[in-house]
Design a protein around this ligand. Structure first.
Ligand code: TRP
Ligand code: ZN
Length: 470
């Protein structure tokens, strides 16, 4: 489900041109172009900072995940059904999958051949796929998922086993640790989940439960459905013993809160604050984009949280209002409006950080202005000033500058255009790109258009210069 990706498509086309052998030479092995003009999909989606992430040649519309997980053996048995459309005449294509054993793959119900190299799973269907044709891939796999340990300054992420289940936080590219997919946010899709766990264990995924859990033979199957497009890194199947509270926010949005027994005393606060924040952000950022809200507190001591779509997760601590405000702001900034390249990450983290300051202001605590001023006072040698947040670095994606200086950028903008234009801009931004993809350029364009001001120098100083803006 890709949109507004002309730039990416051009880049992908350029890469594939460069990757193709000149017409008078035989194509390199593994890149075979059959005489009929069908070619292999690219092994990356075209994000220059993460060249192996995602894949080219197709666009996923829907994932159907069937997962059976045994916490005692940590084994996962899975079947992933992918509905996609070819974006070129396709002789073979890649999926991203890290570890795990592939038992078999079909394309449109016909057995396909496949090879693996690192995290690239290359699938060759018996018949090539025509450009624009829809096709269905079914991958049967199993094994003990191993989380990713990465250079992006994150520690461990992906599918992380816990004593009673699993803690699943996959940003930026850890969804391949538990299911085969196009693991890059440039390709969003809807999701269905059927998750089977030992009776007594709860499975919490994105979206809404589509029926009562079904227990048979000592196992329970939970079915969840996320009907709005979602980036793979926001998919979750958080498993374990949970206390639940379900209902609606005061504004009427279905609200689902789950806490590990160790955090049982946090359940009511998680539920109440998540509801209040969701409703309030609806008045500031525009209508809530999804069909339910809520949150999960698990006892895995990550010390961090992730904005999993409709189900932010908090790892091993009782979340305070500020972090709940942050993760729920991401439902608009990151989840509904999604970046097509990781270098634009400030559009997620800068906005979610600024939301924390807006929440503080809303609650009559420190104003955003006061918080901004405190940070601005930091000495010129503070590392934040040498890291330009508008260009997140692949080896240090989640640098504090992307959060704090990203948030400061929005405050500098607010001061430059005035409150009325600034808050109209936030709503126009979320409305204009709902469920779609965004870039920093498109945000700057909209800000200039709505304010009638040349904001080039402001954004350049705040986003792109390795020094403290005046
Ligand atoms: N997006 C998260 C936040 O700031 C941070 C984060 C990035 C993260 N990657 C992660 C959290 C992986 C958990 C796992 O809200
Ligand atoms: Zn965040």
């Amino acid at each position: 489900m890709r949109s507004n990706r002309r730039g990416m498509a051009l880049l992908a086309a350029l890469i594939s041109v460069l990757a193709c052998a000149p017409a008078d030479e035989p194509p390199p092995a593994g890149q075979a172009e059959s005489a009929n003009g069908y070619t292999a999909g690219a092994p990356g989606i075209g994000d220059p900072d993460f060249p192996a992430d995602g894949n080219g040649g197709y666009d996923v519309a829907h994932y159907g995940l069937v997962v059976d997980y045994a916490p005692t053996t940590k084994r996962l048995e899975g079947v992933t059904t992918i509905q996609a459309a070819a974006t070129q005449n396709l002789s073979s294509f890649n999926l991203d999958l890290s570890g795990l054993d592939v038992r078999g793959i079909t394309v449109d119900d016909a057995p396909a051949t496949f090879t693996r190299k690192g995290d690239e799973l290359t699938v060759t269907p018996p018949e090539p796929v025509d450009k624009n044709a829809g096709f269905t891939v079914k991958v049967t796999y199993s094994g003990v998922p191993k989380p990713a340990k990465d250079s992006s300054n994150l520690g461990t992420y992906g599918f992380i086993s816990t004593a009673d289940g699993a803690f699943v936080t996959s940003e930026p590219n850890g969804s391949k640790t538990w299911f085969p997919n196009n693991d890059h946010p440039a390709d969003k899709a809807t999701f269905d989940f059927a998750i089977t766990v030992p009776a007594g264990v709860t499975a919490v995924a994105n979206g809404e439960l589509t029926g009562q859990p079904v227990t048979a033979g000592g196992k329970t199957t939970y079915r969840w459905s996320e009907r709005h497009p979602m980036a793979s890194y926001l998919a979750t199947a958080t498993l374990g013993k949970f206390d639940l509270r379900q209902g609606k926010t005061p504004g009427g949005i279905p609200n689902f809160a789950a806490t590990d027994p160790k955090f049982k005393t946090s359940l009511d606060k998680l539920y109440t604050v998540s509801g209040e924040v969701t409703d309030y952000w609806g008045t500031v950022f525009g209508p809530y984009p999804f069909s339910s809200t809520g949150g999960v507190v698990d006892d895995y001591s990550a010390g961090y949280a992730l904005e999993n779509q409709t189900k932010p997760i908090y790892g091993g601590f009782e979340p305070d209002e500020s972090i709940i405000a942050h993760e729920l702001a991401h439902q608009w900034f990151g989840d509904s409006l999604t970046i097509s390249r990781w270098k634009d990450l400030w559009l997620n983290e800068g906005f979610a950080t600024y939301a924390e300051w807006l929440w503080s202001e809303h609650k009559g605590k420190q104003t955003a202005e006061a918080i901004f001023n405190d940070y601005h006072k930091r000495p010129a040698t503070d590392p934040m000033w040498s890291y330009p947040p508008g260009r997140a670095k692949p080896d240090d994606l989640f640098n504090q500058s992307v959060y704090t200086r990203g948030g400061m950028t929005l405050h500098a903008l607010r001061k430059a255009v005035g409150d009325q234009t600034f808050f109209q801009l936030l709503k126009a931004w979320t409305a204009g790109h709902r469920y779609g993809h965004v870039t920093t350029e498109s945000f700057i364009d909209l800000a200039e258009q709505m304010s009638g001001k040349d904001l080039g120098p402001l954004f350049d100083a705040w986003l792109y210069q390795p020094r403290r803006p005046a």
